[in-house]
Design a protein around this ligand. Structure first.
Ligand SMILES: [Ca+2]
Ligand SMILES: [Ca+2]
Ligand SMILES: [Ca+2]
Ligand SMILES: [Ca+2]
Length: 332
């Protein structure tokens, strides 16, 4: 996900233009800032590939980098999202109600350059949590409402229940703590039994809720709380694809650096990845564009596909130092 670019560039149109130029230049060199990431639940292994090429012919570079491991006594779920508002994603692991230890079911790690062009999970756990649930629940990280603070959104595929809370920093660790009464929550009814993703598809700085089921993609607004209410889910806009109902996992990420997340689908069976742009038509309606990304060499039967943007290598940092990097950092 690249949910924060838009809110970062709003304060200065000229600098925004510079950032956009830098992003496009980076894309033109075949090194997009977003990366495809798989978390293999069976192996507890995180791996990544770089996107390459430019729209409408984006692909994966075919070079898979080992990024680290995280495993537990039960099923571990994962998500990518920007916890600390620096414009780059961290990896978050969610492990149900009680594993590996009661009262701590969220772990998180920064993703840092590995020194050879790839990325690796940092060794320090910066996450913790005290929130129940099942290890089958699907975690998502994104900024509901675009207020600069990350939120943790949990989807229960059994009944479609949604729960969300702010991610907060406590003694150097990011987590969710249900006993703090001041934290807004989301209690919504999404569709049960669908695959889900969270990202900013229209570039307004706030994330949308996206469901995929049986070839249909539905985008819902995530509405922040207003005076004493909880987060809620708005009316969905459904778009049909020709992808059918085979097991697919959706994700959202900014493939072309325009500040809007594309819709990306991964076929569980053979690792085919496809991406299409989403256009905000206004009035709560969306439209799926042509395929701009296709690849068929990044697979894993138990893998969770994700798309993220990570702190680049020092050389790339220097490339961005003219101001582009500062523009990537989110307002606080
Ligand atoms: Ca971050
Ligand atoms: Ca938020
Ligand atoms: Ca949005
Ligand atoms: Ca995009």
């Amino acid at each position: 996900m690249f949910a924060n670019l838009k809110s970062s560039v709003i304060p200065c149109a000229a600098a925004a233009g510079l950032a956009a130029v830098l992003l496009m230049t980076t894309a033109a060199q075949g090194e997009l800032l977003s990366h495809a990431v798989l978390y293999d639940q069976a192996a507890g292994a995180l791996s990544g590939q770089s996107f390459t090429g430019a729209s409408p012919s984006i692909g994966l570079d075919g070079v898979t980098d080992a990024m680290g491991t995280f495993s537990g006594p039960g099923t571990i779920q994962s998500a990518l999202g920007d916890l600390d508002g620096d414009g780059f994603d961290e990896v978050v692991y969610y492990h149900g109600a009680t594993s590996p230890s009661p009262g701590n079911n969220v772990s998180a790690f920064a993703i840092i350059p590995d020194g050879s062009g790839g990325f690796v999970q940092d060794g320090t756990n910066i996450g913790k949590g005290n929130w129940g649930g099942s290890p089958d629940f699907r975690p998502h990280v994104g900024d509901v409402g675009g207020n600069g603070d990350a939120d943790f959104i949990i989807y229960n595929p059994t009944d479609g229940t949604l729960l969300a809370r702010n991610f907060i920093l406590d003694a150097g660790q990011w987590g969710v703590f249900p006993t703090a009464g001041s934290m807004p929550t989301l209690s919504g009814a999404a569709t049960a039994g669908v695959e889900t993703a969270v990202g900013d598809v229209n570039g307004d700085g706030a994330v949308e809720w996206v469901e995929y089921s049986g070839g249909n993609v539905t985008v819902y607004p995530l509405i922040p709380p207003v005076a004493g209410t909880e987060f809620s889910l708005g009316t969905g806009s459904t778009m049909a694809t020709n992808w059918g109902g085979s097991p697919f996992r959706p994700s959202l990420g900014d493939l072309d650096g325009d500040g809007r997340d594309e819709f990306i689908i991964t076929a569980v069976a053979d690792g085919t990845w496809l991406g299409r742009k989403i256009t905000d038509l206004g009035g709560g309606s969306y439209d799926l564009g042509d395929t701009i990304f296709t690849n068929s060499s990044f697979a894993g039967g138990s893998a969770i596909p994700m798309v993220g943007t990570f702190v680049p290598e020092p050389a790339s940092m220097a490339f961005l130092a003219l101001g582009g990097l500062a523009m990537l950092r989110r307002r606080r």
